[in-house]
Design a protein around this ligand. Structure first.
Ligand code: ASP
Length: 574
């Protein structure tokens, strides 16, 4: 099949040329004596026309056709189309394949339900916007490869069939036929393998890696996702960060032509939490958390914990009804706060049910100290656990950031969050911890003694890249010393047998000469979302799962035959 041009590439300079075009009928308008057809291919749409419709075969939307004709200048250009200065005076049409009426109209703006679009994803993919998203996605991987290749990194594949290990999320398991009753696990990330590559002396590795986590889904999460993964030896944290921000600069330039200024800002974890109530702060807007404990040692109110913090939201007092306050409390409860209090500042005076607990002097102190202006509200809460109050108020901050239109999708805010704690205390189990990043994260040299005394205070060589309030990637320097690694496993509550069974094969490697190393993984899907300015991860994946972790196109997962189960030695509980 010979096409002379791609449809979307035709311009005024092609006027006079005889062309043969291929594609789908995107639209046809028959005005009696005039017939117009929009012909779509992967590069765009061009208009075909004839004043003798009766000479051509009847075509309908989504027919695949071959069209021949001459490029002519349009009397009235169509500004909405890149090809709008020209059209094709038709000489022939050949129908290659007919189409039934499609379940929804194929256009960038579609009001079809997402479920329907995903069921017929191959039709959905004909929408130019989705094709644009996927092209941009492909470019991300290309820039990643080029950038690292140029710097002496080697692309290496790591296994998909792995040992199940307690690394964070739930594993997807794959039964072994050869070893009945035994299971592989799909990789949550190539973490252990990329570290072994460093122990194997490769020094600089990268991969575009498929990862799998059996977690509940959200708008920005999928059970299978892609990481831009890298690991390198003999580099300290600053070297890793500056290498990686060089990649981000190039990525933003080459994909969306945005200039990112380097070096990127670095914010300490506890500052991010303290000020923005988040370890992935969107710093495009202020609404900072403020410590207000000193203003309100309450006279009667007895329910305050160690921390009392609030945020001042400007200009919303009038619309802050009881219902709004209840919904703020509900949001806060998701983060284990009991609820929030709200004080409004209206017509020069504070209002709110909490007022009765404050003396007139305290009220004055609050208004002056926080610089409240007419129409402001103060949303505040209290708790004994620093993380709880910060995350709770941080969520309310984000809510208002969106609601008040402070976050524009076409502005970019990149920063590193650094100095994460090594551990999260496990609630209600003193002395037990979970890893803030993962168990292979190296504590800061100066904090090593804290592992024996106050592990919760130990900070790590750990860093996250935050873009517009999304965690777009993260990594750590790794422990490269056998004994420290063992100690960390113990703090995480693993028994000697657990460590030996699950990680023995891994930490043994550290006995034979281990280079200091570290790495990072970017969430490629998240990067694609940010660069494509969409908040729906399914918009940047060709064949995504829906929120029920089902593939709506093929309907996976499904039951399998008894015979298949028998071969695997598996019986399914009803
Ligand atoms: N494997 C880590 C993750 O998936 C990233 C890293 O530490 O390099 O989050």
């Amino acid at each position: 099949m010979e096409r002379t041009h791609f449809n979307g590439t035709l311009r005024l300079e092609n006027v006079g040329e005889e062309v043969t075009l291929l594609g789908w009928v995107a639209n046809r308008r028959n005005l009696g004596s005039l017939l117009f057809i929009d012909l779509r291919d992967t590069t765009g749409i061009v208009q075909l026309r004839t004043s003798e419709p009766e000479k051509f075969p009847d075509v309908r939307n989504e027919y695949v056709i071959e069209a021949k004709g001459t490029v002519v200048k349009k009397d009235q250009p169509n500004k909405a189309l890149p090809t709008g200065d020209i059209e094709i005076a038709l000489s022939s049409i050949k129908v290659i394949s007919k189409a039934e009426t499609t379940p929804f109209i194929i256009a960038d703006k579609s009001d079809a339900l997402e479920d329907t679009r995903l069921k017929y994803r191959y039709l959905d993919l004909r929408r130019p916007i989705l094709q644009k998203n996927l092209r941009l996605r492909a470019k991300i991987a290309k820039v990643w490869r080029e950038y690292l290749d140029e710097r002496g990194f080697t692309e290496i594949e790591t296994p998909i069939l792995n040992l199940s290990s307690p690394e964070g999320a739930r594993d997807y398991l794959v039964p072994s036929r050869v070893h009945p009753g035994a299971f592989y696990a799909l990789p949550q990330s190539p973490q252990l393998w990329k570290q072994l590559l460093m122990l194997g002396g490769m020094e600089r590795y990268y991969q575009v890696a498929k990862c799998f986590r059996d977690e509940d889904l959200r708008a920005d999460r999928q059970p299978e996702f892609t990481q831009l993964d890298a690991e390198m030896s003999f580099m300290d944290q600053d070297q890793v960060l500056s290498l990686m921000e060089g990649f981000l600069k190039r990525l933003f330039k080459e994909t969306i032509d945005v200039d990112i200024e380097l070096p990127l800002r670095r914010m300490k974890y506890w500052d991010a939490m303290d000020i923005y109530g988040s370890d992935k702060p969107d710093t495009r807007f202020d609404l900072k958390l403020q410590d207000i404990k000193s203003y309100m040692t309450p006279t009667e109110f007895g329910g305050f914990g160690a921390y009392v913090k609030g945020i001042v939201v400007p200009g919303v007092a009038a619309e802050t009804s009881r219902k709004v306050i209840d919904s703020l409390s509900e949001e806060a409860r998701k983060y284990r706060l009991k609820g929030v209090f709200v004080l409004k500042f209206l017509n020069g005076a504070l209002e709110g049910s909490f007022l009765k607990f404050l003396t007139p002097e305290q009220q004055k102190g609050l208004v002056e100290g926080l610089g409240l202006k007419d129409g402001d509200i103060l949303v505040f809460a209290s708790h004994d656990d620093r993380r709880v109050i910060d995350f709770g108020l941080g969520a309310i901050r984000s809510l208002y950031g969106r609601q008040l239109g402070y976050v524009r999708p076409d502005t970019y805010d990149l920063l590193w969050v650094v100095d994460f704690p090594m551990f999260d205390p496990v609630e209600g189990q003193p002395g037990l911890y979970s890893a803030e990043h993962h168990p292979f994260t190296r504590p800061r040299d100066e904090d090593l003694p804290l592992l024996d005394t106050n592990p919760e205070e130990a900070l790590a060589y750990a860093y996250d890249i935050v873009i517009n309030g999304y965690e777009a990637g993260g990594g750590t320097l790794r422990i490269y010393d056998h004994d420290t690694q063992w100690k960390i496993f113990k703090l995480l509550g693993l028994s000697d047998e657990d460590v030996a069974e699950k990680f023995g094969w891994f930490i043994d490697a550290f006995r034979y000469g281990a280079p200091p190393h570290g790495g990072i993984a970017f969430g490629m899907d998240r990067l694609a979302m940010i660069l494509n300015q969409t908040e729906n991860i399914r918009d940047v994946i060709a064949f995504p799962k829906n929120l029920q972790a089902t593939d709506p196109t093929s309907k996976a997962p499904q039951k399998v035959s008894q015979e298949q189960l028998d071969i695997l030695g598996i019986s399914v509980k009803e």
